[in-house]
Design a protein around this ligand. Structure first.
Ligand code: NAD
Length: 354
């Protein structure tokens, strides 16, 4: 029987509530598909500051590096907002991602037919959308040096090495091979030299993936196409800043922030987390939507090679939504019954073990 070590970081705010539900569902599919998950909990963010005076303790980094995958909830909250930068929860997460070498962020955006009305776009535009944004996470303008701000002038540097572009392009082509085999590489090659190198390098990597169709798109056009006709996209490959913006735009096509999972990969161990934050406004009330975290757990199983178990979870979520169960955030969208965080987790676990 396969045994996987999972580092669990529940974090702050709604983090513990939603991660508990994901673990419930993981346990249900593990026993059904005959593998074992061994969980070890670590602190990150505000809860780590409270205990260790450090938002990313070495013990957490070590624990993650010793695991097969990391399941993460969310961090942050007002309580820690006024601390110096290096003590803030968000800094802890950035440090963890960097320490684990997670240079690729994969964010699938899949529409559930049952929730077509939750989007601000027309149902006929979004029905059938199934795309995945692959964003470079550790390079580009957010990290480029030199950077400086004086009273009168400020600048940042957008920089990518060929090697950085190659490795993120590989992730995108691999992702496309598992999907509908199309990559749209997004850049601004009509203006930026860094995008020229991006485009040339993506073309080179593409030669190794002849089965995948490659198209290039300028970022301004991509932003427009995403709302005009999102169904045209399969995998969107892009750099850090463009990806930051486009992945948020893509996520809003779906309608609720509580439904979107993500994977950060590229290092020795992958990290799986919902795209939303710690939602302090609803923490402790039992109304958070756990689906984004449960979908992240399914992505984690896929990553570990337990594809049947991952599929079980995805189908279970679909079925539970089809039956009309909704958490409060989605209560106005064809709900037959509004359920708590815990009830939603139990319903999905039950369906997943059928
Ligand atoms: P947020 O994503 O936490 O919340 C935005 C809105 O969405 C809130 O109204 C919240 O109630 C709602 N929401 C979020 N997740 C939900 C869920 N699962 N179910 C139902 N409703 C949900 O963003 P924010 O309010 O801007 O930030 C709150 C804190 O989270 C901040 O400290 C921020 O720094 C942190 N944050 C952390 C992460 C992370 O851990 N990866 C990401 C973003 C923000």
């Amino acid at each position: 029987m396969n045994n996987y070590k999972i580092a669990v970081i529940k974090g702050d705010g709604i983090g513990p509530e939603i991660v508990d539900e994901a673990i419930k569902v993981l346990d249900a599919v593990a026993s059904k598909e005959n593998f074992n998950l061994e969980y070890n909990e670590f602190l990150l963010g505000g809860s780590a500051v409270d205990v260790f005076d450090n938002p990313c303790p070495d013990e957490t980094i070590k624990g993650c590096l010793n695991a097969n995958a990391v399941l993460f909830g969310s961090i942050g909250g007002e309580k820690w907002d006024n601390l110096p930068k290096e003590k803030r929860p968000e800094f802890g997460l950035l440090k963890l991602r960097k320490s684990l070498g997670l240079f690729a962020n994969v964010r699938p955006a899949i529409i559930f037919d049952e929730l077509l009305n939750a989007s601000t776009l027309k149902p006929e535009v979004i029905k059938g959308v199934d795309l995945s944004v692959v964003r470079e996470l550790t390079g580009g303008i957010y990290f480029g040096e030199p950077r400086e701000k004086t009273a009168d002038v400020a600048f940042n540097t957008m920089i990518y090495t060929k090697e950085e572009i190659e490795r993120i392009a590989e992730v995108a082509f691999e992702e496309a091979m598992k999907r509908r085999k199309k990559v749209t590489s997004v850049d601004k090659a009509n203006v930026l030299e860094v995008s020229e190198l991006w485009r040339e390098t993506v073309e080179e990597v593409h030669k190794r993936y002849p089965l995948v169709e490659l198209e290039h798109m300028y970022v301004d056009n991509a932003a427009m196409q995403l709302v005009r006709n999102p169904k045209q996209f399969d995998v969107i490959l892009t750099g850090n800043i463009f990806g930051d913006i486009l992945s948020d735009e893509a996520s809003m096509i779906i309608g609720s922030i509580g439904l979107l999972p993500s994977a950060s990969i590229g290092g020795k161990v992958g990290l799986f987390e919902p795209i939303h934050g710690s939602a302090p406004d609803i923490a402790g009330q039992g109304i958070a939507n756990p689906i984004a975290t449960i979908l992240s757990a399914a992505m984690m199983l896929d990553y570990l090679g337990e594809t049947k178990a991952a599929q079980r979870i995805n189908t279970a979520i679909k079925n539970v939504l089809q039956e009309g169960y909704r958490t409060k955030d989605l209560a106005s969208f064809d709900a037959k019954e509004v359920v708590t965080t815990e009830e939603m987790g139990s319903l999905i676990a039950e369906h997943a073990s059928n």
